[in-house]
Design a protein around this ligand. Structure first.
Ligand code: ADP
Length: 217
């Protein structure tokens, strides 16, 4: 029976199987969406997760969710976020691991706002190795600092985010980025995984630029 069905539909089982295994491998993409505060990571991650069927993990969103729900983690995170500082690595790495574990069946991930320190980048590499996977690329949105400040102040008018409401806190976040995060470009460059993309333009234009990179991975 099966033989005649195969013949009728022209199915070559072996071929079909190989092709789907290949496309599954190709579809597995783990991307670090990178850039300073206000570069547009969250906006683009929302678009890209749909297009590529990836799970979007934003550590900032996890912290804000916990603040909203008044958890112990939220209280701790808030004490750093309100000053424009990074939440300690140990806490953030545990959160990230837990978020990845919640999505064992994912096609891949978009990491937004993680890693932000060398220790976080190493932890992420270890986690990927444990999963028999890897980070395929760091795609960075490049935007000048003064544009960032303007965007964040603008967002602060409607986002309700206290860290966007105060220019001093915004500038401290950007300073923290240069102190601890910017160096990660070199970490990924050394592995030939760094892709810089101009982050100024319309949301759609920037998505096209990002897809230009992601489609080649
Ligand atoms: P933005 O990119 O606009 O700064 P996020 O939502 O990514 O916004 O992060 C908000 C804040 O959450 C950061 O300023 C920081 O205090 C904290 N945070 C988010 N991700 C991390 C991280 N990976 N390590 C440490 N702190 C983090």
């Amino acid at each position: 029976m099966w033989e005649s069905i195969k013949k009728f539909f022209g199915i070559n089982y072996k071929k079909t199987k190989n092709r789907s295994a290949e496309s599954a491998l190709k579809a597995m993409k783990n991307i670090v969406l990178f850039g300073p505060p206000g570069a547009g990571k969250g906006t683009q991650a929302e678009v890209l997760k749909q297009k590529y069927q990836l799970v979007h993990i934003s550590t900032g969103d996890v912290f804000r969710y916990n603040i909203k729900n008044a958890t112990a983690l939220g209280t701790l995170a808030k004490s750093y976020m309100d000053k424009g500082h990074l939440v300690p690595d140990e806490v953030t790495i545990n959160i990230l691991n837990a978020e990845v574990e919640k999505n064992v069946d994912a096609n891949g991930f978009i990491f937004d706002g993680f890693p932000r320190t060398a220790a976080q980048a190493k932890a992420l590499a270890n986690l990927m190795t444990e999963k028999n996977a890897q980070i395929n690329a760091m795609v960075a949105l490049e935007v000048d600092d003064e544009i960032l400040v303007g965007r964040l102040l603008d967002r602060g008018k409607s986002s309700g985010r206290p860290d966007d409401a105060n220019e001093g806190v915004i500038r401290e976040r950007i300073a923290e980025y240069y102190r601890k995060t910017d160096i990660l470009k070199e970490f990924y460059q050394a592995q030939d995984k760094y892709y810089g993309v101009d982050g100024v333009g319309s949301v759609e234009e920037i998505t096209v630029r990002l897809r230009g990179v992601i489609d080649t991975l």
